[in-house]
Design a protein around this ligand. Sequence first.
Ligand code: NAP
Length: 258
Amino acid sequence: MLTSIAGRSVIVTGASKGIGKGIARVFARNGAKVLVVSRHIDEAEAFAEALRQDGGIASGFAADVTDAGDMQMMADAAASAHGGIDILCANAGIFPQGKIEDLSAEDWDHVMATNLKGTFLPVKACLPYLKASDQPRIVITSSITGPITGFPGWTHYGASKAGQLGFMRTACIEVAKYGITVNAVLPGNILTEGLIGLGEAYQNSMAASVPLKKLGTVEDIGYAALFLASKEAAYITGQTIVVDGGQTLPESMDALNT
Ligand code: NAP
């Protein structure tokens, strides 16, 4: 068991739904003090309350990751509520689909603003607090889509998710002198509310393309983030952990089904 998370102050952006909920839940169950962030205070606070009911320490905060002022207020709120910031999980992201011919410049900018600027801004705002921590960690939620794989309709999304890794590889060098590590988790297909809403047939067809023959859970991503945030991971920086049930590995359908 990783024992170095209890009492740590953790921010999880995009924690009112999906993967962010899984990350926040895993950290809260391991004794962290969690700030649950989304643009909607009712949803952020409802999930923070669920974590408290489960025995955790958590509070909700409304902020938009594309807004520098919001990110500053978020960092200040986490520090004053939880006594500093040790771990930032930059997880909020969007994945609207649209083929190149149908995408507008505004569609492109919206995805980049949320996924890429929305990674840079919370990191920038949290940096002064992270520098004061003795176990400072940044964990970015990227994706297999972009860094490793492609999917028609997601050029903007894939570019933003690959861009997060470019950001990470320089950021980790810049902040290494403060002992801050910066790593990324690359989820495959994860069972979120959104994916469940697409129906059982869709889930089954996605699961069939995964060697482990099932979709991941949001907690699967939470545990990878937990490891990267632990004391035990202190010497790992600028790296990625793929959590995809082996989805990116088969060379062909034969390789998958033999
Ligand atoms: P989701 O279920 O749609 O949840 C997205 C979360 O982000 C929500 O809490 C949403 O809350 C928040 N959010 C969106 N825009 C925001 C903004 N501008 N400012 C602050 N919060 C914002 O998404 P998900 O599937 O869990 O995805 C989470 C991350 O995992 C994303 O970075 C995504 O790229 C990555 N990922 C997901 C999968 C997958 O299978 N689901 C696979 C690979 C990677 P509000 O709407 O209330 O703001």
